[in-house]
Design a protein around this ligand. Structure first.
Ligand SMILES: [Zn+2]
Length: 188
């Protein structure tokens, strides 16, 4: 098991996180490394299990093919799909724009402004997942939160959405990895 050990400059607690291929251990300033080791050892069976699961997910994600669309191609395709989804819900007058700033979400619906922003990174997604994304955002004009009515709306327009949703999670892992610098601020 690969461990990456860091000293925490703030905070009092030992932090242990499973990051797909290794375990990150952040040791508070006042804790000795011996003590940190003892605590990690105590959690070992769980860490090994979590790491195995995370690594399997990671490998599946890494095997996924990426699309290469230009921003214009993304805008055109996503607009088409969103119009189709909105038409099914009889909703009109929603604008689409591509955002460079969306990092933690693939898209975002701004209900009051009747606008959907789609992340530039969605250019990497296969068309079937752009469809899921379009349906998801369209349904937010029906129900802004992820409540029961919302998911019923998604299911009505996209009956096999659950598979797409799962695949989206895997694509998040892959695209995050590919665009580490783009998506998150680089960790130093
Ligand atoms: Zn949502």
């Amino acid at each position: 098991m690969r461990l990456a050990v860091f000293r925490r400059s703030r905070g009092r607690n030992l932090r242990i996180g499973v990051l797909f291929t290794y375990v990150e251990v952040k040791v508070p300033r006042r804790m000795s490394l011996v003590e940190a080791k003892r605590r990690v050892r105590k959690l070992l069976p769980r860490l090994v299990r979590d790491l195995r699961r995370a690594r399997a997910l990671f490998l599946r994600a890494m095997g996924l093919p990426l699309e290469r669309r230009s921003t214009e191609e993304l805008l055109t395709q996503f607009s088409e799909l969103l119009s189709r989804a909105l038409a099914k819900l009889k909703i009109r007058g929603v604008r689409v724009s591509v955002s460079n700033r969306l990092r933690s979400a693939w898209a975002s619906a701004i209900i009051k402004r009747r606008e959907v922003k789609v992340s530039k990174l969605a250019a990497f997604l296969p068309k079937e997942l752009l469809w899921y994304l379009a349906v998801h955002e369209a349904c937010h004009f029906y129900s802004p939160s992820h409540d029961k009515a919302f998911w019923q709306c998604v299911e009505k327009v996209h009956p096999t959405y659950r598979q797409s949703k799962e695949l989206m999670t895997l694509y998040s892992i892959k695209v995050k990895r590919v665009c580490e610098g783009l998506w998150t601020r680089s960790r130093s």
